[in-house]
Design a protein around this ligand. Sequence first.
Ligand SMILES: Nc1ncnc2c1ncn2[C@@H]1O[C@H](COP(=O)(O)OP(=O)(O)O)[C@@H](O)[C@H]1O
Ligand SMILES: [Mg+2]
Length: 365
Amino acid sequence: MPHISIRGLQKRFGGVAVINDLDLEMADREFTVLVGPSGCGKSTTLRMIAGLEDTSGGEIWIGGREVSGLDPKDRDIAMVFQDYALYPHMNVARNMSFSLRLAGTPPREIEERVKRVADMLSIGHLLERKPAALSGGQRQRVAMGRALVRDASVFLFDEPLSNLDAKLRNQMRAELAVMRKRVEKNMIYVTHDQIEAMTLADRIVVMHQGRIQQQGSPEDLYKRPANKFVAGFIGSPPMNFLSGELNGSDDRLAIAGDGFHVPVPEAKRAAMENRTTRRIDMGIRPSALKPVGESQSDPAIGSITLTVLVSEYIGAQSVLVCECGGQRVTAEVASDTPFAASAPMRFAVDPAGVHLFDPETEAAL
Ligand SMILES: Nc1ncnc2c1ncn2[C@@H]1O[C@H](COP(=O)(O)OP(=O)(O)O)[C@@H](O)[C@H]1O
Ligand SMILES: [Mg+2]
């Protein structure tokens, strides 16, 4: 039995629907990440699960119980917010134990739990300090610890790292990834950052405009995006999209346009058979573009000719920002790859990084 089951969840603010018919099941001890752009309904979904927001329809089941009508405190959940506030006059230990003291947990047990969670979060040596004497990252850990000491069956996190600077965020992300292996609990983690989603999740749920676009393992979503939205959202730098036309037949079937001719990957040929329009949107991962010399011209490999506008040096790799028949394309290449700005440059296309989409429905083909 799934630990959490959400069926036909709806939310309207005034007349505006922000969550539409959301269905979601989470296995026990699964770390689920809800990811999507700002405003897509992540926080609203989490707040409805927590009971901080009424639903406009649908059901929420936790541990075999329908909880939609229950008070937040009766739902067996703990939540960490984006703008966590610690009590400034209490030290770390008292901040962490606040809810346990409120619940009348025996002092021995409180001490034990606080110590265990504090060690897990590497803040065991800070228990006597007040929040003012902590760094941003340490405060963030205390806020998490405050939730984790509770014996809840579900932990909800709403963008807990988004107030940290980039370096600290990367560091905390790695620590969270370690921590989450130690805490065998149900966690639902909300973020707009696809890298956070990819590195932390057992299962990612991609949302857009109040609807689930796709759910699956990080690898599923990266390798088999269900539609153009997911394809463009998951992966960094983002996937390139080029509109082209289907031409040729059988093993010569290709997508072609101004400056490119890319064979249809074998696995996708069958899907091309019944198409009524020749127009196709092609997605190419920036890492699937491999620079080749002019001499190599095997039409079976497929190629694309790009004009490099700028090169963004990021260390071992560079991102070449290019143009192809008026469409913008980025290629991720070894940073010692020679190139000349404004001159045409040929790339072979790795079929594993090629995705095809219906231009009308945007569904993957
Ligand atoms: N209390 C509210 N009243 C009216 N509209 C709201 C309220 N809370 C959120 N919304 C709207 O609902 C949509 C989803 O918001 P939210 O769940 O906060 O998105 P996310 O967390 O994904 O950024 C947004 O368009 C937002 O403006
Ligand atoms: Mg939000």
